[in-house]
Design a protein around this ligand. Structure first.
Ligand code: MIC
Ligand code: SF4
Length: 643
């Protein structure tokens, strides 16, 4: 029986377990990446593990999120990252070099390799045939130390692409279509593998847009074949030697299949406030807009920016629209400057931002009250833009640029039916002068720690029985942006958990932090797909700091569940979903003999003392995870193993 690409990549890295969907496996990690918002804590954890030098083939620390420096905090954190990385064998991509996923694709990613990144959009690397997975910082720290990465063997979904995109229809519209079909929880426990005749018609940046936003499906990762298109891309990056062909076998078997005819696609938009709330642009046409933001790790490649420049050339943006453009990397930015396209963008009236995450993570450019913002980004969660009542629509660069000129949401096919032709460069401009190599004399490197860097919380071993109040009850699809908001005001405190705790869950309930402190912690009750979105481990570390002992939900998103386990917080699911209704905020809850129950995989019953009802729960994690929770989290567990 032949193998699909996902199976080939896993097989060649398998350390333990059987490749049967749903079983626990572990794999060897070749490369890691971190960014600055998750990186500080990841490196503090790495230091706590006491490993001198990273054991991976390549580890890179990017500084791309916290680039708005309105106080000393971010600059101090950057200095910490730079010095700790030089000491321990990690490359540093300095601020100004670009967004982690874009730069990694351009300069470091290699087909056939595994990549673990402390950012949920790490699967961008799947665009060149990598097995690239987003995780919390502690998992990256363990991988840097040479530890295997444990995961549930995913099912593999084949997305059969046929036909070819029509003019002004974009890779973004492909992934929005997949989101419409599968929803924000449809990818949980799955790898999305692209196949079929249509693959050949898509360039590497287009493939990367699709795998990037596969994160919004909740998928473990997404992957494309590594083929002639990949070879030419790597050759143009002066790294042809990094190319390996990776194709699925002709007789490969998949767990399921969906079909997308690229020729039949039209421009789409993800409407407020979820990436799977998809409508055709043609249905929404004429809606007045206030802001257009082009960039983010989803759509900031050279070809995306060139399309935008061509559309804007000789035009002026509408007087009621503010347009921002942030190229994905220094390479992209520099090429636009050299070929004059940047002048066309500036000339049209765009506000040029540095090549970083920027408005995507609420680092400036919050829209006006109730403002409508079209963004080429990947997430439109309520409040993420920095304005609570803003209406964010996710669209392609083509739709965004055309609409910036007209001032209303516009189907780009109507304005430019013939499309804009951009060819892939034969040679990209290569200059890695913002990459700092690890030091040859690590003993001489002094790690700089500013006053913003506070110790991170570490849990205690689990007690036999947990008694606590239901601290908060939330609905379905709660994101980590709800649990631990980001944005310009909060992000500078990613290495200061006590300060961050004041903002925990405040998007759901302003009184949460105060109540958590007053009640001495408690248990969170959640709906479906609890913890979707970002990989931020702060969404577990901060609740841990506030005394959260368990989360009981209808279902969990993969990365967040792993982060809870790594922090020693017990994630449990309702055996009968309707039992969710039997718990109210403030109820006294008891998890009798929970330690033994999870360790021995015995039936788990929650006693709601206030309502006098018993609620059956189950554990959806493995024995090893139970041991991690019992030990009080992954760091304690690892130390115990080492001892
Ligand atoms: C995001 O897009 O939400 C982020 C910011 O990149 C996060 C990581 C973080 O919270 O630092 C992600 O996607 O994992
Ligand atoms: Fe940065 Fe936005 Fe990409 Fe997250 S999704 S890595 S914030 S650009």
């Amino acid at each position: 029986m032949g193998c699909n690409i996902a199976q080939k990549l896993i097989k060649s890295h398998l350390v333990s377990g059987e490749m049967i969907a749903g079983k626990e496996i572990s794999i060897k990690i070749d490369q890691t990446l971190t960014q600055d918002a998750t990186g500080t804590v990841a490196y503090l954890q790495f230091e706590a593990m006491g490993v001198d030098r990273v054991k991976t083939e390549k580890s890179v620390a990017y500084i791309d999120h916290n680039t708005l420096q309105s106080g000393f905090e971010n600059a101090d954190d950057h200095l910490y990252i730079q010095t700790v990385c030089r000491k321990h064998g990690i490359y540093v991509s300095r601020p100004g070099n670009g967004i982690c996923h874009q730069v990694h694709l351009e300069r470091f990613g290699k087909p056939g390799k595994t990549l673990l990144g402390s950012d949920s959009h790490t699967p961008t690397g799947g665009g060149i045939g990598m097995l690239a997975i987003g995780v919390g910082g502690l998992d990256v720290a363990v991988a840097m130390g040479g530890g295997a990465f444990y995961l549930t063997m995913p099912e593999v979904v084949r997305v059969n692409l046929t036909g070819k995109l029509s003019p002004m229809v974009s890779a973004k519209d492909v992934i929005l279509k997949v989101l419409e079909k599968l929803s924000v929880k449809g990818g949980v426990g799955k790898i999305i593998e692209y196949a079929g005749e249509g693959v050949k018609t898509l360039s590497v940046p287009e493939r990367a847009t699709i795998t990037n936003m596969g994160a919004e499906l909740g998928a473990t990762t997404s992957v494309f074949p590594s083929d002639e298109t990949t070879r030419l891309f790597l050759k143009a990056q002066n790294r042809e030697e990094d190319y390996t062909e990776i194709l699925a076998d002709n007789d490969a078997i998949y767990d399921s299949e969906i079909c997308i005819d690229l020729s039949a696609l039209e421009p789409l938009a993800a409407c407020p406030h979820m990436p799977d709330n998809i409508k055709p642009v043609s249905e929404l046409e004429g809606m007045k807009i206030n802001q257009v933001c082009i960039g983010s790790c989803t759509n900031s490649s050279y070809t995306d920016m060139m399309k935008v420049a061509k559309i804007l050339k000789g035009k002026t943006i509408n007087e009621n629209v503010s347009l921002t453009v942030s190229p994905g990397s220094k390479q992209v930015f520099n090429m636009l400057a050299e070929n004059g396209a940047l002048a066309d963008i500036i000339d049209a009236g765009a506000r040029i931002l540095e090549c970083a995450c920027g408005p995507c993570i609420g680092m400036g450019q919050a829209p006006s009250s109730g403002g409508v913002s079209l963004r080429t980004f990947n997430r439109n969660f309520e409040g993420r833009s920095g304005t609570a009542d803003a209406q964010i629509y996710l669209v392609s660069p083509e739709t965004a640029a055309v609409s910036a000129i007209t001032g209303v949401l516009t189907d780009p096919r109507k304005v430019l039916p013939e499309g804009v032709e951009i060819s892939m460069p034969e040679k990209f401009l290569i200059n890695d002068n913002l990459i700092i190599s690890p030091s040859d004399n690590p003993e001489k490197v002094d790690v700089r720690r500013g006053p913003n860097i506070k110790p991170f919380p570490v849990n205690k071993p689990l007690e036999e029985t947990v008694s606590a109040k239901a601290l908060l009850k939330v609905g379905d699809n709660i994101t980590t942006d709800h649990i631990m908001p980001a944005g310009a005001k909060i992000l500078p405190y990613r290495s200061n958990i006590p300060h961050l705790s004041q903002f925990c869950f405040t998007r759901c309930d302003e009184k949460f932090p105060e109540r958590a402190k007053k009640w001495g912690g408690g248990i969170i009750i959640g709906g479906q797909n609890y913890g979707q979105g970002s990989s931020r481990e702060h969404a577990a570390l901060v609740p841990l700091y506030l005394g959260v002992k368990a989360v009981i939900a209808k279902s969990f998103a993969r990365i967040h569940m792993a982060n809870l386990i790594n922090s020693g917080i017990i994630p449990l699911v309702f055996e009968n979903e309707k039992d969710y209704d039997l718990i109210e905020e403030g109820d006294e809850l008891v998890l009798e003999n929970i330690k033994t129950c999870i360790l021995e995989n015995k039936p788990i019953v929650l006693y709601n003392k206030t309502k006098n009802v018993y609620i059956p729960l189950s554990r959806t994690f493995f024995d090893r995870n139970a041991e991690i929770i019992a030990a009080g989290g992954l760091l304690n567990y690892t130390k115990k193993q080492q001892a």
